[in-house]
Design a protein around this ligand. Structure first.
Ligand code: GLC
Length: 530
């Protein structure tokens, strides 16, 4: 794959469709809403849009419980609306990536209804059924990611079925070739409609230990970590055979031109990179969530970038994610000033960046009152901070009462800053975080050193992250002050003299020349050209 391939050079923007734009006043975003905002995305400058699930669903996990892999939930619109969205996106040069949720379906999916109907149903083996343990109770000690056992007993047939998430999300049996064939047909259904790729949900979960052995206890477990941390997920996911399945999926995409396979994988680095597959036969982009989980300081981040770069397989393309619908928002984690530094980091690292909607306007922490909680994880394990509603609240478009998101009552509360923090005002403010995102995206496009150039770390004082991006003659240095104090950086010591500032996170010092040294203000990032 040449380095000009769209998913290497491009920037992915994730939309949580319930919260982007409502077009029919029901308080939930929809496909026609996204269509209305395509001009915004083109203006922002992103290349591809990934949309969280839009399939028919009882919404027990807000769409990650799919009842039909080849349809659109009426809440989001129709297949015709979807086709129009693809056409409109493509007309603007935007790629469209769907979320594919193959590990589990909804318990209302016709396949599961059949599977559950009796032990002898031809679809029984499409899901994972087991007899109770010899003394009674669940077949093994595997836990659900949302708390409690991963096994639910079915009175009628006397067996348990397995669900890595909610009991409304039974796991499909990916060892069954018929399941695989049906799922690949679902992929083709969307590829035929022009979809440019998939982000595959919990891809490392698809295959489980054949013997269903107990997971070992987690010596570091404390109740605050939540139920799932009682054991180490050694046998319930990340099995060697999963890579054969992913290679098959990849071959389905390769029946078409230029499509991308992205895998959602929460694993330590050394396990994560296995998902590029043998000879790069796996995911094009195994999502790299390291920035989300690493302490926010220059030393740790510099170390992690180095480790990640070093562990990539030959030819494996890097990628970086700062936020998504499952993780606290970046501005809530590091504050507004560092959220700008984070933007510069994300958009100047080597590899494909994924932006999460709303981060570009700095939506921060949104407190969800108890009676407004919607996330099933928070409901199952309340008060431990697992709730994902705060990062799923509606986009702020303008100063109208519901921020231009809906004419009705939004399904989740709007962020408290919405009257002043929105696209309309920030797009006119040359110093806003939105203007910064736009400038960074534009700069990244103009200077391929930033997207596809080489990466080298530079040594500086504590809490200034410094690195070089280089391509051919072009040499760009990124200096990120990750502290709340001003910093003096000696450039001479780094052999860097006579540079020109291309961009500051404060958007107020372009074209300044740097000499032997440069002053970074608190939480300021600079891109300097040499
Ligand atoms: C993924 C999704 C998350 C969902 C879970 C189960 O982690 O990102 O939102 O709850 O899978 O499908």
């Amino acid at each position: 794959m040449p380095e000009s391939t769209w998913w290497k050079r491009g920037i992915v923007y994730q939309i949580y469709p319930r919260s982007f734009q409502d077009s029919n006043g029901d308080g939930v975003g929809d496909l026609n809403g996204i269509r209305q905002r395509l001009d915004y995305l083109a203006w922002l400058g992103v290349d591809a849009v990934w949309i969280s699930p839009i399939y028919p669903s009882p919404m027990a996990d807000f769409g990650y419980d799919v009842a039909d892999y080849c349809g659109v939930d009426p809440m989001f619109g129709t297949l015709a609306d979807f086709d129009a969205l693809v056409a409109d996106a493509h007309a603007r040069g935007l790629k469209l990536i769907l979320d594919f949720v193959p590990n589990h379906s909804s318990d209302q999916h016709p396949w599961f209804l059949e599977s559950r109907a009796s032990r002898h149903n031809p679809r029984r083996d499409w899901y994972i059924w087991r007899d109770p343990a010899p003394g009674g109770g669940p077949p093994n000690n595997w836990g659900s990611n949302f708390g409690g056992s991963a096994w639910t007993f079915d009175e009628a047939s006397g067996q348990y079925y397995y669900h890595a998430f909610l009991k409304e999300q039974p796991d499909l049996n990916w060892r069954n070739p018929a399941v695989r064939a049906a799922m690949y047909d679902a992929l083709r259904f969307w590829l035929d409609r022009g979809v440019d790729g998939f982000r595959v949900d919990v891809i490392w979960h698809l295959i489980k230990d054949e013997g269903f052995r107990d997971n070992p206890p987690n010596p570091g477990y404390t109740p605050a970590l939540g139920d799932i941390q009682r054991t180490l997920q050694v046998h319930s996911c990340d099995q060697p055979e999963v890579h054969d399945v992913i290679a098959e999926m990849r071959r389905v995409l390769e029946e078409y031109d230029d499509r991308v396979l992205i895998g959602e994988i929460y694993l330590p680095l050394e396990r994560l990179v296995a998902y590029y597959g043998a000879d790069l036969s796996g995911a094009h982009l195994p999502f790299n969530f390291q920035l989300i989980h690493t302490a926010w300081n220059a030393r740790e981040i510099s170390r992690l970038i180095g480790e990640y770069e070093d562990s990539l397989p030959e030819g494996g393309w890097p990628n970086w994610v700062l936020g998504n619908h499952d993780q606290p928002r970046i501005a809530a984690r590091v504050g507004q000033a560092q959220a700008r530094v984070a933007a510069m980091l994300l958009l100047t690292l080597r590899g494909t960046p994924t932006l999460y909607y709303g981060d570009e306007i700095g939506i921060a922490k949104v407190d969800i009152p108890p009676d407004a909680v919607r996330d099933p994880w928070e409901r199952n394990e309340p008060g431990l901070g697992f709730g994902r509603d705060p990062q799923r609240t509606p986009m702020h478009w303008d100063s109208s009462p519901q921020a231009g998101f809906t004419e009705g009552a939004p399904w989740l509360p709007l962020g408290p800053e919405h009257p002043t923090c929105h696209v309309e005002s920030q797009s006119k403010d040359p110093r806003s975080i939105l203007s910064l995102y736009r400038a960074l995206i534009e700069l990244r496009r103009r200077h391929p050193a930033l997207s596809v150039g080489g990466y080298a770390s530079l040594r500086t004082d504590a809490n200034v992250l410094a690195y070089e991006r280089r391509r051919g003659e072009e040499r760009l240095i990124v200096l990120l002050n990750m502290s709340a104090e001003d910093k003096h950086v000696e450039l001479g010591a780094l052999g860097l003299e006579g540079g020109r500032v291309l961009l500051s996170t404060r958007l107020d010092r372009s074209d300044e020349f740097t000499g032997h040294s440069v002053e970074l203000r608190a939480s300021e990032g600079l891109i300097v050209k040499f």
